[in-house]
Design a protein around this ligand. Structure first.
Ligand code: SF4
Ligand code: SF4
Ligand code: SF4
Ligand code: FES
Length: 960
């Protein structure tokens, strides 16, 4: 999958207009050659399918044809004039000529007009060699321009360089409107428009004087669509045209977009979304397309380091020394405190192969099951809830399935910010007429976005999801909206009857639970009716469902609704958890939880254990090990003393920061493997430098269970990929691991995991990507699950009694804080804070409703103190009607914000997933940072000094 770069590669495969899906075939003749194509196909596309490239400028196969440039004229027998081949559909028996002397003359004339208003700086232009205008000028044989530059032209127009990632150079614009249509059709933001008419027509970004100030969300679709150098990546301007490309997968969110990493030498020039990407079909967001500069940021630490105490300066050592030291510390601690005194955390940022190795290391070399992953704090309730009801811990559909949905219910998720490429696809479906229900405490963008808005927004009080789901179920059952035939055929009868009786009770009626949720009963009834009777209905949910004390209950409530209405087991329906991190699905699949071996098989199952014992040559412990919160408790109790933490920043991401940092302080050996000195690394004794996704081979698994290849485009800056460091650590601990390439690790995973049995790098390369289960029963993978029967056999309705959270508002803490993400930043921000994305969001803010702000004397931009039962912090206020009165909201991308200083230890009853989404707080106007922030600043400054001393010593050594 390493391609020598053909600058036109993507464009030469551009068939001009989108494919049509029709069972009716139409036969025609083009330049004397016969072809049959699906009805609705354009003449241009049909010609391209024959290998005939008709000159074009305004057409591209990712967009519907527009017919403005007139470059693609053809002659068609029986038709007058010269129709545009991009907008003319084929018809039976049609006879087309694409090249005649008359057409050649006309095309040259049109091109001459374009070029007469275009700077002739091709040799120094960033697009030289990869410009469609240049290519088409050559294609039509233009040799001279008769008009000169004396008349009116646009050559002196000013460049807009405001966007951190791309420039807009209007003098090069041919007003083909591909950018405008890309922004509308692909991205769905409608930020661009063509102002003026005729000669005055110009592209303009709406809502601001320049791109940065406009409504543009910097997805880059317009840049990709532009046939000239008018919209160009700054990185391309700076580095020049790439020489080769490698297909790989985005390392940010769970959409799992596929990209061509375009390289020049070992420098990344740009990331171009791959048209063949199963999850993204050539689209991307600002993070994946542009925010990759962190990978070579000067803050990267590329040498292993050790220190005895947190107060000591870091000492740079060789890989061997660092790994031996870590191994000797782990062994010393086990000898002194017992086998179970150490554990590991796998990373959802790392590859499947790397997560697999870390859990294997813990279960073999550590000899216990003390392994957990960050899914503990995000989607562990999904794993539990879907396993109980449907039998498999994963979402049921492909993203593309949404294009068959008639009704979409989004609950506790914000796709346009957190899963932007799926958000764009969803908006496209809404523009086609699907109806939307949003259940969220906040007025997210989807509630009212350009040309797509929610029919119903149930703005519930944080913490009341289960009450809401029960009220919806009540309406479905009591108003006779059940899919009884589906239930009778596919679900456990007794469990269904018990559930039906439970939800039918009067105390589950909207009239009873509406006031609990803060939503009028009639709105709940309308939503239930729409979901149950509107045709194909699909549910999409996120952390706004899982991160609650009843997160698992809510997931089961969602699965109950889907089964009750028969909305499962086909395209357009289903239960779809929108996974947060790039590989959170994968890290769970790989056996990262303390109670499960790879493939979600319980550690207590003797047969399963025996299989792994044979393969791994060790005896496995039969009991589940410690979860992350249990590790913290045990550390504070003195029984848990050492941790191997790969690619995870628990000190910033886990709730109740002060509790977490106290636990880390109490450990004798913390080994952190990361690309930066993150918040957790400030408490580390061993630092193993990590590798970015650009520096290694492996696979990620996205929210659709899609396994995609991650391919190395540059050598690891620290000399080892993450999997190699784990192998070295296992060997140093006396447990032999011998892998020469991650493909061998995947082969072992496939041998040991029934749902991965037919997965291999060769098969992934052959298919592009594979959705598990992929085994003998489904050799090409499984886009839609539970088609004929549920994985567990019959679907199981679970009782979902509503239990209000212990986190109650009172006079002291009268507001409810809920948290979420923003488009331009990503989780703990370690990557995005080190990119140009800070231009959009350089600090976390507290959203507060105008009424709550006014009663506290708070104005937009004021510093405010936020206090909860766990702690206090200080942020700037953003007065906003997006939140309801009584609710405040913040993001958590900056460590100094201390959002998790406020969140409490409350957690999901089944999985310990923290209740990030509900914290009772008070907000007051203040003038200085909180005590915690002052302590944080002092500690961070000290740790930075200790890091700097190490670096200074290193430089001094070099000079000597
Ligand atoms: S970058 Fe995306 S959002 Fe911005 S103008 Fe271009 S297509 Fe529209
Ligand atoms: S900016 Fe590019 S895509 Fe947009 S109208 Fe101009 S030339 Fe066409
Ligand atoms: S939507 Fe997610 S996977 Fe796709 S480019 Fe953006 S961050 Fe990457
Ligand atoms: S490509 Fe057909 S009119 Fe422009």
């Amino acid at each position: 999958m390493i391609n020598f770069f053909d600058p036109a590669s993507d464009k030469s495969s551009d068939l001009g207009t989108p494919a049509r899906d029709s069972e009716v075939q139409v036969s025609l003749n083009i330049d004397g050659r016969a072809i049959s194509v699906p009805a609705g196909t354009s003449v241009m596309r049909a010609a391209a399918m024959l290998g005939t490239s008709i000159p074009k400028l305004c057409a591209t196969d990712s967009l519907e044809a527009f017919g403005s440039c007139r470059m693609c004229m053809v002659e068609i027998e029986g038709m007058r004039g010269y129709p545009a081949s991009c907008t003319t559909p084929v018809s039976e028996g049609m006879v087309v000529r694409t090249e005649t002397p008359r057409l050649a003359g006309l095309r040259r004339n049109v091109m001459e007009l374009y070029i007469s208003d275009h700077p002739l700086d091709c040799l120094t232009c960033s697009a030289n060699g990869n410009c469609e205008l240049q290519t088409v000028a050559g294609q039509v044989g233009l040799r001279e321009v008769r008009y000169g530059y004396d008349g009116a032209n646009h050559l002196a127009e000013k460049k807009d360089v405001s966007n951190p990632y791309f420039d807009y150079e209007p003098s090069k614009c041919i007003v083909c409107s591909r950018c405008v249509r890309a922004c509308e059709d692909i991205q769905g933001t409608f930020a661009l428009t063509i102002t003026g008419r005729g000669f005055e027509s110009r592209v303009a970004a709406a809502g601001g004087d320049n791109f940065l100030a406009s409504e543009c969300v910097s997805c880059g679709a317009c840049v990709q669509a532009c046939p000239t150098a008018t919209l160009t990546e700054k990185s391309l301007v700076q580095l020049g045209q790439p020489e080769r490309s490698v297909i790989t997968t985005c390392a940010y969110c769970g959409v799992g977009c596929s990209f061509r990493a375009e390289m020049k030498g070992d420098q990344l020039v740009r990331m171009v979304p791959d048209k063949n990407g199963g999850a993204n079909h050539g689209h991307a967001c600002v993070k994946g397309r542009f925010a990759w500069g962190y990978a070579t940021h000067p803050d990267r630490i590329t040498k292993p380091m050790i220190r005895k105490r947190l107060e000591d300066p870091w000492q740079e050592v060789s890989w061997d020394e660092a790994v031996s030291y870590a191994a000797s510390e782990f062994r010393r601690i086990q000898l002194k405190y017992g086998r179970d005194s150490i554990g590991g955390i796998t990373s959802s940022r790392c590859t499947n192969e790397e997560a697999y190795l870390v859990q294997k290391l813990v279960r073999t070399a550590f000899g216990n099951n003390n392994v957990d992953t960050c899914a503990r704090v995000c989607h562990s309730p999904t794993g539990y809830g879907l396993k109980q009801t449907l039998g498999e811990s994963a979402g049921t559909q492909s993203f593309d399935s949404v294009m068959q949905a008639d009704v979409v219910l989004v609950i506790g998720a914000n796709p346009t910010d957190a899963h932007p490429v799926f958000g764009s696809q969803l908006k496209r479906r809404l523009r086609q007429g699907a109806r939307l229900i949003v259940i969220d405490p906040r007025r997210i963008d989807l509630v009212d976005s350009p040309h797509a808005r929610a029919e119903l927004h149930l703005q519930l009080r944080p913490g009341t999801n289960v009450a809401m789901l029960n009220a919806l179920a009540h309406v479905i059952v009591t108003e006779g909206l059940l899919a009884q035939r589906f239930i009778d055929a596919r679900c456990e009868t007794e469990d269904f009857a018990r559930w039906r009786d439970f939800v039918s009770q009067a105390d589950n009626a909207p009239e009873a639970l509406g006031p609990v949720c803060g939503v009028p009963a009639e709105q709940i009834r309308a939503a239930a009716r729409l979901y149950a009777t509107g045709g194909n209905a699909a549910i999409y949910y996120g952390l706004g469902v899982t991160e609650h004390s009843q997160g698992s209950t809510a997931v089961m409530g969602i699965a109950n609704l889907a089964m009750a209405t028969g909305n499962i087991g086909r395209e357009g329906v289903g239960v779809n958890p929108l996974r947060g991190q790039n590989n959170v699905q994968g890290s769970c699949d790989m056996g990262s939880f303390p109670h499960e071996l790879p493939g979600y098989r319980h550690i207590s199952n003797e047969g399963v254990r025996a299989e792994f014992e044979r393969a791994w040559g060790v005896t496995l412990q039969p009991d589940p090990g410690l979860r992350i919160p249990n590790m913290f408790e045990a550390a504070l109790d003195g029984s848990f003393k050492a941790l191997y933490c790969q690619g995870e920043d628990i000190a910033q991401s886990d709730p109740n920061t002060q509790h977490v940092t106290a636990a880390l302080h109490a450990m004798e050996c913390v080994v952190v493997q990361d690309i930066f000195l993150n918040e957790t690394a400030k408490f580390a004794h061993v630092f193993l430098p990590g590798s970015s996704f650009l520096e290694k081979d492996g696979t990620f698994t996205n929210a659709e269970r899609r396994i995609s290849r991650v391919r190395k485009v540059m050598e690891p800056l620290a000399g080892k990929a993450d999997w190699e460091a784990t192998v070295a650590l296992a060997n140093a601990l006396g447990y032999p691991m011998n892998y020469h390439h991650p493909s061998e690790i995947m082969d072992e995973i496939a041998r040991l995991t029934p749902t991965f049995r037919r997965v291999s790098y060769a098969e992934i390369d052959r298919h592009g990507s594979l959705q598990w289960p992929c085994n003998d029963a489904a050799p090409d993978g499984t886009p839609t699950m539970h088609i004929d029967q549920f994985v567990r056999g019959k679907g199981r309705f679970m009782l979902t009694g509503y239990v209000p959270t212990d986190e109650k508002v009172n006079n002291r803490y009268p507001l409810l804080l809920t948290t979420g993400r923003i488009l331009s930043q990503y989780n703990v921000g370690a990557q995005t804070r080190r990119t140009g994305n800070v231009a959009w969001h350089d600090a976390d803010r507290l959203e507060i409703h105008p009424t709550d702000a006014e009663s506290r004397g708070i104005q937009d931009g004021d510093w405010v103190g936020i206090g909860s039962r766990a702690g206090q912090t200080v942020l700037r206020a953003k007065v906003s009607g997006r939140v309801a009165p009584g609710v405040v909201y913040t993001t958590f991308h900056f460590p100094e914000s201390g959002a998790n200083v406020i969140t409490t230890d409350n957690s999901d009853w089944a999985t310990n997933c923290p209740e990030y989404k509900v914290t009772a707080v008070e907000v007051v106007k203040v003038f200085q940072p909180s005590q915690w922030q002052k302590r944080y600043q002092d500690f961070s400054d000290e740790q930075r000094r200790l890091l700097k001393e190490r670096r200074t010593a290193e430089k001094a050594e070099v000079r000597r």
